[in-house]
Write a protein that binds this ligand. Structure first.
Ligand SMILES: *[C@@H]1O[C@H](CO)[C@@H](O)[C@H](O)[C@H]1NC(C)=O
Ligand SMILES: [Zn+2]
Length: 247
């Protein structure tokens, strides 16, 4: 009887599985294009994004920044950073407002974590993000369904981590980037953190090493080839700062 019940439940559960996220949301674990690497930087904005961008720009690389609303810094205090990175052709995505593990939250809380970052992007850039990285790479069906409902197109994980946020030394971070370079032309998606001081020097090292290996350093929307898309939805003109621009 028990066995029969269990068997009967399997197809029922499969049939009942939510399908909203099939509406255009894909979890991406790596770049798709051979010869391309996406350098990605999480947890900002704070004070190091300009330095990271200088390293990227020095070799014509495009990077991807997954920003929080209020983690190391308040996004509204760094509005100019968003404008600058966007103008320089780097890609900006959402990394939640306060960096929680989304699998521990109720659905309404997940919506709130996403909505507050969307509001900030819309005020500052006039653009709503469609690309997302879950904090800790942690997600489940509920998270993906909320992302899909809100119009997100991609949830990005990564292929390699430099270890900056784990407190790994600069030498250790360089050795990770060196290992990545040695795997040319395998597609790669590297996780770093723009809020960690050592990530700046690691990025200067990485861009020259990866360039010399032959890699093109592109944003995540480019390294997916035809599966990529414009990472935003156009909403309107950026707004003027006022009292609502606070965390
Ligand atoms: C801030 O500006 C926006 C539009 O630019 C406006 O809708 C909103 O009411 C303003 N808020 C405050 C607190 O001034
Ligand atoms: Zn993070």
């Amino acid at each position: 009887m028990l066995a029969l019940t269990a068997l009967a439940l399997v197809p029922l559960l499969a049939f009942a599985a939510p399908t909203e996220r099939q509406n255009g949301l894909t979890v991406v674990n790596n770049c798709y294009n051979s010869g391309q690497v996406a350098l990605t930087f999480d947890d900002g904005p704070n004070n190091r994004e300009g330095d990271i961008a200088n390293a990227l720009n020095s070799v014509g690389a495009k990077g991807t920044f997954f920003f929080n609303g209020n983690n190391y810094g308040c996004i509204y205090d760094h509005a100019q950073t968003l404008r600058d990175l966007n103008a320089q052709g780097h890609t900006l995505g959402s990394h939640t407002w306060s960096h929680p593990d989304l699998t521990k939250l109720e659905e309404w809380q997940i919506h709130q974590e996403l909505e507050k970052v969307e509001t900030a992007f819309i005020k500052i850039l006039g653009l709503k993000p469609r690309y997302f990285r879950p904090p800790y790479g942690s997600y489940n069906d509920r998270v993906l369904n909320v992302l899909a409902q809100r119009g997100y197109k991609k949830a990005f994980i990564w292929s390699d981590v430099t270890g900056d946020a784990l407190g790994d030394s600069l030498d250790k971070q360089k050795s990770v980037l060196n290992d990545v370079a040695n795997q040319y032309p395998a597609p790669k998606m590297v996780l770093s953190h723009s809020v960690i001081d050592s990530a700046v020097d690691a990025t200067w090292y990485g861009v020259s090493r990866l360039r010399d290996a032959g890699y093109q350093m592109v944003a995540v929307d480019t390294c997916l080839g035809n599966s990529g898309e414009w990472p935003y939805e156009y909403v309107g003109q950026p707004e003027q700062p006022n009292d609502s621009w606070r965390c």
